[in-house]
Design a protein around this ligand. Structure first.
Ligand code: DC
Length: 226
């Protein structure tokens, strides 16, 4: 099989990973893989069954009953398929964000999802975003970016997104949730969020999307000539 290229983008919630990764994937002709959506699908599935995301026994007992599919529509948008059902929209709530963070701390969940993520990267040129892509999932990635921003700025972005969608939002609640998720994601025992030693850190606090895309585009060009 021909060599495939992989670009890993890790960082905390709201740093701009998915927006940036989608743009870059479009420009480079790579497949964008949003790994957070996979954890969200697990969280949503367990939630429907009434299993608490903290219940290790429950998570272990039911995880095998879940079959996850990843599909792409004609616009290149990733769709999450839970036991045959498209749940792409359902997994995008604040409640599922928190539950995904808790569910993702279980070793059994991370093990089940690891091969699935690696298999996509074996088959396609990918830009994969998440928390442990450069450290655990694709340690041999050709380019590794650690995208971050101040929590206040990340919370404000989430707030603006929700308001733009016509939803109710409270900035101080969102900031608390962002900080709680940061804490959980960086302090778990298995594959915590951290910058890979060979990742380039890009702080988006004071940068707009175009500037971040241009900066990463330059890094990609230097590393893989594309
Ligand atoms: O990127 P996101 O906000 O959709 O991710 C939801 C949660 O999933 C996040 O809080 C932690 C978990 N996650 C993870 O542990 N590892 C990944 N590679 C991606 C997400």
């Amino acid at each position: 099989m021909a060599k495939t290229y992989s670009i890993a983008i890790d960082g905390p919630a709201g740093a701009g990973k998915s927006t940036i990764a989608k743009r870059l994937a479009g420009e480079l002709g790579f497949r964008y893989v949003d790994t957070g959506a996979i954890y969200r699908t697990v969280a949503y599935f367990l939630d429907l069954l009434g299993i608490s995301p903290k219940d290790a026994d429950g998570v272990e007992r039911y995880i095998d009953e879940l079959t996850i599919g990843i599909g792409y529509d004609e616009e290149g948008i990733q769709h999450m398929i839970m036991n045959g059902m498209d749940v792409t929209g359902e997994i995008r709530t604040q409640d599922i964000s928190q539950k995904a963070s808790l569910v993702s701390a279980h070793k059994v969940v991370r093990e089940v999802l690891l091969d699935m993520q690696r298999e996509v990267a074996r088959q396609y040129d990918v830009i994969m975003d998440g928390r442990d892509i450069g450290t655990v999932v694709l340690p041999q990635a050709d380019v590794k970016i650690f995208l971050t921003a101040d929590p206040q700025v990340r919370a404000r972005r989430r707030y603006d997104e929700l308001i733009a969608k016509g939803q109710k939002a409270d900035l101080s609640t969102i900031l608390k949730e962002v900080e709680q998720r940061d804490y959980q994601d960086t302090h778990r025992a298995v594959a915590p969020l951290k910058q890979a030693k060979d990742a380039v850190k890009v702080d988006t606090t004071c940068l707009d999307i175009d500037a971040v895309v241009a900066a990463i585009r330059q890094i990609v060009k230097e590393k893989i000539g594309k």
